[in-house]
Design a protein around this ligand. Sequence first.
Ligand SMILES: Cc1cc2nc3c(=O)[nH]c(=O)nc-3n(C[C@H](O)[C@H](O)[C@H](O)COP(=O)(O)OP(=O)(O)OC[C@H]3O[C@@H](n4cnc5c(N)ncnc54)[C@H](O)[C@@H]3O)c2cc1C
Length: 481
Amino acid sequence: MNTHLVRSSEPYPLLIIGAGPAGLAAAHMAARDGFRVALIEAHLLGGLALNYGSVPTQALIRTSRLYAEMRDAQLYGAQAPAPVEVDFARAMSRMRRIRARLCRFNTKDRITADGIDLFFGKARFSSEDTVDVDGTRLRFRKALIATGSRSLLPRIPGLDDAGFLTNETVFDLTTLPKSLLVIGGGPVGCELAQAFCRFGARTIIVHAEPLFLPMEERDAAQLLTQALAHDGIEIHLNTRVVNVQTAGGKKIVEIVNDGNVATIEVDEILTGIGRVPAILGLNLKAAGVAYQPDSGVQVDDFLRTTNPRIFAAGDAGLKHRFIDTAEASALIAVHNALHRGRRRLSSLTIPWCTYTDPEIAHVGMYVREARERGIPVKTFTVPMHDVVRAIVDGEENGFVKIHVREGTDTILGATVVARHAGEMINGLSLAMVAGIGLSTMARVIHAYPTQAQAIKKAAQAYVKTRKSRWYETIFRRWFDR
Ligand SMILES: Cc1cc2nc3c(=O)[nH]c(=O)nc-3n(C[C@H](O)[C@H](O)[C@H](O)COP(=O)(O)OP(=O)(O)OC[C@H]3O[C@@H](n4cnc5c(N)ncnc54)[C@H](O)[C@@H]3O)c2cc1C
């Protein structure tokens, strides 16, 4: 039921569908700029990130990491309290407490106190400038589609009948499944598989590709495979789940690898094979908005859809599906929609991170992308086992790899695999946004000892190549005289 009466029959200067990171950022910005805003949410304020995404995932990862450290206590010269009993219910209730605490940042009262008209219900376009929400028709001058994404569900015979978990249901568990089969080795599958394994579930991961995280560089994905195997996860790469049955309260999963069929018996199945934009039911045709079911709402670089009144931001229309990107794209869309701005999505530098242990973070171009565009690349790599802080912390698994345009110190992209790669990548993003090259980074004094010194070492490696080139030129000139 809607909590607000429509205050005026005047069209809203901005109507936003979806109150996830994108919708909320857009609504607050537009309201601060003095515009009347309608914000429509079908389910929970805060969207995916807060309720079924990074917040609950990170909370579980934190507790599971602690159990892993207790397991490995001897490596740190410590004695683990024996036996280490996992209290899964307590970990889950900590996660829910954290989620509830963070929900307080986006309550109905806080949103409406900012002058935003909040409507609860499923929005559906009825024309090019109207939206219906539970029987209320709202008119708009500009609209923003920020409906996010939903889990892509695998079509596997027997899976629906056997039952399975997704990120929308896994956080409701109160008891740890004795065994868990994870379908999909993308970020969500790998993060949750590692967490559940560390809680003590027998965990199996089945991934159709030859390496986890297909987007990432091969050596990063290989290190992750080793780390997951070290944790005790049973890994099946190049493998497909082809059938699921139930027997005696167990799920019997049939897998195929290179023509060989095997069966695995588990208590639960979790799917994490990817996400698709949540645009079904919006009636985009009536609004004159073009879309594709898998890539979402079609937008140009200014985030305009094919209807000039309507914009889209976040997972609903972007290739990069991350929280900060959702917010940043929403701010671009609001600026362009309400202030006749010309800000471009392509101006954003977008870093991301998979929060496994070690974490895998990336920003900018991959080498393959640079090659595709004909850009000559030189790469500087520093293994974490050359970094004092990583050695002291017993966190040597990983590397920093920085790609520059050959012959220059301009950073094109970087991959960091390290315990705290998500923190380390931010320095590289900052450098890229500010146009700071490796020569300057080599001069920046880093606090000692920190793992981010790996970045400085890579920058120093670059400077050495410049110096040796300089000496080469001088010697050549000398001998040529
Ligand atoms: C398990 C998991 C972990 C993740 N971890 C990370 C991470 O660590 N870091 C990171 O950057 N990203 C992470 N992500 C991705 C991140 O959550 C999304 O990129 C982000 O939430 C997108 O924000 P959004 O506002 O576009 O959409 P959403 O957060 O999906 O919000 C969209 C909102 O729109 C509402 N809505 C949909 N349709 C309608 C309708 N017709 N009418 C009204 N309302 C509607 C939905 O109910 C929802 O509240 C993770 C995702 C998952 C699944």
